[in-house]
Write a protein that binds this ligand. Structure first.
Ligand code: TRP
Length: 433
């Protein structure tokens, strides 16, 4: 069975080397495995929560899209789209919002971090907290549940959000699934083997530490300048270095072949100068990045090509999302009025009390049934289960219109002690009416 992997990238920044080695590269590699169906998307609705600068939002989503494409994402294998091109996502977000307890959201790390900071600063608890930030995990749950993802590759900080998506999915299944699993319960996949790159100063590479190495931004020149700023110890050329205590080595490892790693370590122990070591790192980096950078620059020069690929991705995503959302709307009771009318008619018959009555209903097995009762409430006819509510409705319609003549065809059985004549008599009422 194919296995569905889904992940989103919040479009607030420009991708750096850490994003590439830690997320983009492993995701693209995983998407090439047989039996894996990948959904990758630009979480631009999430970006709006963190950023109110339209120019930055616009720029970031373009850069991130171009980066993934330049890094070798094959859009014929992977569904690659912008969250904001899928109107079914915010709609599902609302359905989920209505079953998500506020207490669960109170416990979300991102929200807690804000309120803790406010309290520490003596401010009002919710100062500066928008409803977007507060409900962030529900939007994320919608992203995941909409496409029935099995695995969600994320960083550690996102594990809680996946657990919340599971909670919300379970609650929704319980309330509206009528015994069926409407939503698949997703699992977080935190890749242990994947490099978390250190930044220039040795702490985790992150924009918030201002220690990043740019991926394509600024071209080869900027890359070289950043590599020159990687912090090393002050051992002079010729002096033996300790490769196990150097984040330059960690960075090198993420782009080098095993034999090159061995050699690098041996040469450092033998006194390789830090300047030369950085030059070697730059060479292995450029070997990977230079061809991608060329593609990146070409793509950035033709945004309409990126646009076309993303719209095609949105078309594919919506082909899955739209029918599923229709099913979900149905399950919560947002249904076509035809069915409500049928119920109203039944009520009327009930009120009359002197008439036989059809009832349509759904059982815990998820199937749809109807039954016919006599005016006195005695059961006359019991149908089998139908996959679609519509089928049950159609048989009821036929029995009402054709009366006993339809009995031979209808997938239903007479109740104990009831004769075909009893049923025929009851059905005659509908034919007259
Ligand atoms: N919140 C994620 C992050 O900041 C991005 C994201 C949004 C996401 N929707 C998602 C990740 C769905 C995985 C699945 O990293």
């Amino acid at each position: 069975m194919s296995h569905r992997v889904l992940t989103g990238i919040t479009t607030t920044g420009t991708p750096h080397l850490g994003n590439y080695a830690g997320a983009i590269r492993p995701a693209i590699q995983a998407s090439r495995q047989p039996g894996v169906e990948s959904f990758f998307f630009l979480a631009d609705y999430h970006a709006l929560i963190k950023c109110d600068d339209p120019a930055r939002i616009e720029r970031s989503r373009l850069e991130i899209a171009a980066t993934w494409l330049a890094a070798g994402l094959d859009t014929s294998r992977v569904v690659f789209y912008r969250q904001s091109d899928i109107p079914e996502i915010p709609e599902l977000t609302w359905l989920l919002t209505c079953v998500t307890s506020k207490g669960l959201m109170n416990r979300a790390h991102a929200y807690k971090a804000s309120t803790d900071a406010n309290e520490a600063a003596g401010e009002e608890t919710d100062a500066g907290v928008t409803m977007g930030l507060y409900s962030y995990p529900i939007l994320m749950a919608a992203d995941i549940l909409m496409f029935k993802a099995n695995k969600v590759p994320v960083g550690r900080d996102q594990i809680q959000h996946i657990e919340m998506a599971r909670d919300v999915a379970q609650r929704f299944n319980h309330l509206f699934g009528a015994g069926r699993e409407l939503f698949v319960l997703p699992e977080a996949a935190v890749e242990e083997g994947v490099a978390t790159l250190p930044g220039l100063d040795g702490r985790k590479m992150s924009k918030s530490y201002d220690n990043t190495i740019p991926l394509f931004e600024g071209g080869a020149k900027a890359l070289k300048a950043a590599v020159a700023r990687i912090v090393t110890d002050s051992r002079a050329p010729g002096e033996p270095k300790d490769p196990d205590n150097s984040h330059l080595v960690t960075l090198f490892d993420a782009f080098a072949q095993p034999a090159e790693r061995e050699q690098f370590r041996a040469d450092l122990r033998a006194g390789l100068a830090w300047g030369e070591a950085k030059q070697r790192f730059l060479e292995v980096l450029e070997r990977d990045l230079a061809p991608m950078r060329t593609r990146y620059d070409e793509l950035m020069a033709k945004p309409e090509e990126i646009e076309a690929q993303l719209l095609e991705g949105a078309r594919k995503a919506r082909a899955t999302a739209a029918p599923f959302l229709a099913e979900l709307r149905e399950s919560v009771g947002l249904r076509h009025f035809r069915k409500v009318e049928a119920k109203a008619v039944e009520k009327k018959a009930d009120a009359g009390a002197a008439l036989p009555v059809f009832k349509q209903y759904r059982e815990a097995d998820g199937k749809f049934y109807f039954k016919l009762s006599a005016a006195d409430g005695r059961l006359l006819l019991q149908s089998q289960g139908f996959e679609q509510g519509r089928e049950a409705g159609q048989w009821v319609g036929r029995l009402k219109a054709d009366g006993a003549a339809a009995l031979a065809d209808v997938p239903a059985t007479l109740a104990d002690g009831v004769t075909a004549e009893d049923v025929a008599a009851a059905l005659a009422v509908f034919a007259q009416g």
